[in-house]
Design a protein around this ligand. Structure first.
Ligand code: ZN
Length: 270
């Protein structure tokens, strides 16, 4: 599923097409994705000029001069198609700019979502209200993490997936960052030293930035907005590599709990 780097890549791909552009057509081709499109989406967005694009956790934000921000989530399989040659079954929302550029929000499994909220009320959007800091932002630091994890006996992996502690991290990048920081996924969050937390913060930034740089993808058929393919699992250190050798020579292991796999090296990670 698209994770933070894919969403960041998507937003960056949309900027040249949308930023500063006026939307002349907004068409929802069905009533819902995971839940209903805002019923007044067309009225509120048609004629609006896009003032800026941004990302919060795994949500893309499209701000307009009408005082509304469209919030999109790509769910399990969503992507934006730019200037598609033809509109397909899974193109559920169509936008057109005054320059004639067309965008289609394509989502075969329909776990994505679209919301429209007043831009000055973004912080109160339910998904954002209790969300922790952005992992690539200045507020996410070893000091912050030490405070957030203090006294916590839950495994560090579960704590990093908790959106209230840090926003937007998913399974793949947590596995990758813990391996880079040499921390065992099952280690109690409250029992990790400050220097190791500093290494973890650094590792999280490195794996996310590398994935963004590579065009980020966790879906084999995921395509960047401009149609180029993202990168594949061969670049991952541990994710999806059960039984292969870690750089230390030990085999990479996989443990599955509640339908989610953890990949790790029992030799490197303590
Ligand atoms: Zn190893």
């Amino acid at each position: 599923m698209p994770e933070l780097p894919e969403v960041e890549t998507t937003v960056r791909g949309l900027v040249p097409v949308l930023e500063g552009r006026r939307l002349v057509s907004v068409e929802a081709r069905r009533a819902d994705l995971r839940y209903a499109f805002p019923p007044d989406l067309r009225q509120r967005l048609t004629g609006a000029r896009v003032t800026g694009l941004d990302r919060r956790a795994k949500y893309g934000l499209i701000g307009t001069d009408r005082g509304d921000t469209m919030i999109f989530h790509l769910g399990m399989s969503g992507k934006w198609r730019i200037d598609p040659a033809e509109i397909g079954t899974h193109d559920h929302l169509l936008l057109e700019t005054e320059e004639g550029r067309r965008l289609a929000l394509n989502d075969p499994r329909r776990f994505g979502s679209v919301d429209l909220v007043p831009s000055d009320a973004l912080a109160g959007f339910p998904a954002f209200a209790k969300m922790g800091p952005e992992p690539l932002g200045d507020d996410f630091s070893a000091a912050y993490l030490a405070e957030a994890l203090e006294g916590r006996s839950a495994p560090i992996k579960a704590l990093l997936l908790d959106q209230r502690i840090v926003a937007g991290l998913g399974n793949i990048y947590v596995c990758e960052a813990l391996h880079m920081a040499r921390i065992a996924p099952r280690r109690a969050g409250g029992r990790i030293s400050r220097p190791r937390l500093a290494a973890l913060v650094e590792a999280i930034r490195i794996v996310l930035m590398a994935a963004i740089g590579a065009g980020g993808s966790s879906l084999r058929d995921y395509a960047r907005p401009d149609g180029e393919l993202g990168y594949f699992s061969s670049q991952w250190r541990v994710y999806g590599r059960e039984g292969e050798a870690c750089h230390c020579g030990a085999p990479i292991r996989r443990r599955t709990a509640s339908g989610r796999s953890t990949f790790y090296c029992a030799t490197c990670q303590r």
